[in-house]
Design a protein around this ligand. Structure first.
Ligand code: ASP
Length: 417
């Protein structure tokens, strides 16, 4: 069996949903699990709903209406009959969302977030599944929360593989066509959890691992994995093949084309991953497999924006050694800050941090008590894998560089945005 993942951009409008059938027509439509993300930018729109709700903003109603209108417009383009029960089903999912907010008693942001943003995926899969059914592609709609079980680390939950594996074995019909949500799961108390932004790729990896799938295909609006994000870098080229290790490195440094956690379950069972164009499904795209050399062998450019460069030195000029470093790292861990780059000398220690959860200011108050602290927010971390002189020159041109670091295969700079 195969696992397909359609991201938000691929189902952002009716044309995108119709194109799912085009893909299935060309590459086969049985023994398939289709993992779907929220349509277009719905997750961002739902994040606004959560903010408005927790801040008791007057805009709450409008932000929910915006989401409702967006999906109803897609339905109107997909289904001619305005009495089709799908309209009622989507309206009732929106009502469920409103009821969830009304009944909620928690002020814990991460918990509330997961109970609300999941509606993006629930609505998207309901629409895609119903459209496929109406066009003769009979499928089972599966609530991913019934099978993927996690801990209760809301917004960044970890999978309980044993239970998930058992649930998937029991509930997924390997022969048919299944439509399910990416990104969402549930904890032991059946509260919704999420796997981190862009986590639908990871969901595809989880289903592939648990069903021993033959392959995972991620359908994208680009021809495959490119050697740089075309929105940032010029003259980018398609990588036709890379190894799991290389893909993990690229994802780790911030290449947004594959979610970093996705590769791990696939690598363990050597399940190939294909990244392909949903516009030209028969094109080869990129294959990610064991031990494949990078082809073509060219430098790969990655940028991570909105990072923080933090430098610490001891207040009394004593050395920064193991014990302070371990204390600093436990604080990063406590505040969920991801460390992307480290550079240290005897008396100072610099890191480039990703503050996904907006906890930096809390961290700062802790650190200031013990260290002399200098930091710069809104910097970009650029990475070149397999660099050469020309690649470095083109990257560094016109940049205000704050820090450089290079290893055998990887060249990195932190620069002002
Ligand atoms: N909808 C989620 C997000 O936008 C998950 C995903 O698209 O992979 O982050």
């Amino acid at each position: 069996m195969k696992v397909f993942k359609f991201g938000g951009a691929s189902v952002k409008n009716a044309k995108g949903v119709k194109n799912v059938i085009n893909v299935l027509e060309k590459v086969g439509n049985s023994n398939i699990i289709i993992v779907v993300s929220a349509m277009g930018k719905t997750t961002n729109a739902l994040e606004k709903v959560v903010d408005h709700y927790l801040n008791e903003s007057k805009e709450l109603g409008n932000s929910i209406d915006f989401i409702k209108k967006y999906h109803i417009e897609i339905l109107e383009d997909l289904f001619e009959n305005k009495h089709n029960p799908i309209f009622e089903r989507i309206n009732s999912l929106i009502s469920d969302l409103e009821t969830t907010l009304k009944r909620n008693k928690s002020i814990q942001y991460d918990y509330v977030y997961d109970q609300i943003v999941c509606y993006g995926e629930l609505i998207a899969t309901t629409i895609v599944s119903e459209y496929l059914n109406s066009e003769g592609y009979k499928n089972n709609w599966l609530d991913a929360r019934d099978v993927i079980k996690t801990d209760d680390d809301y917004r960044d939950a970890s999978v309980n593989w044993e239970i998930t594996q058992q649930n998937i074995a029991k509930n997924v019909d390997k022969k048919g066509l299944t439509v399910t949500q990416g990104f969402i799961a549930s904890d032991a108390n059946n509260f919704t959890t999420t796997l981190g932004r862009e986590g639908s790729d990871y969901t595809a990896g989880i289903f592939a691992y648990c069903t021993n799938a033959n392959s995972v295909s991620i359908w994208k609006d680009v021809p495959g994995v490119l050697n740089g994000d075309p929105r940032v870098f010029e003259n980018v080229k398609l990588l036709s093949q890379i190894s799991y290790e290389e893909a993990i490195e690229l994802a780790f440094y911030g290449a947004s084309v594959i979610h970093p956690k996705t590769l791990q379950p696939l690598q363990r069972k050597e399940i190939p991953l294909y990244v392909k164009s949903f516009v030209n499904p028969l094109d080869d795209g990129t294959s990610v497999k064991k031990g494949q050399r990078l082809l073509p062998n060219i430098p790969c450019f990655i940028v991570k924006k909105d990072q923080i460069l933090l430098s610490l030195s001891s207040l009394d000029f004593s050395f920064i050694v193991e014990d302070n470093i371990s204390e600093i790292f436990s604080l990063f861990h406590k505040y969920h800050l991801k460390v992307d780059l480290i550079q240290n000398s005897a008396i100072s220690f610099s890191v480039c941090l990703d503050d996904k959860f907006n906890h930096f200011d809390q961290l700062l108050s802790h650190l200031k008590a013990k260290f002399s602290v200098v930091y710069e927010k809104n910097v970009s971390l650029y990475t070149i894998r397999h660099f050469d002189e020309e690649a470095i020159q083109s990257l560094e041109e016109n940049k205000d560089i704050l820090l450089k670091q290079s290893t055998k295969e990887t060249y990195q700079i932190v620069a002002k945005q």
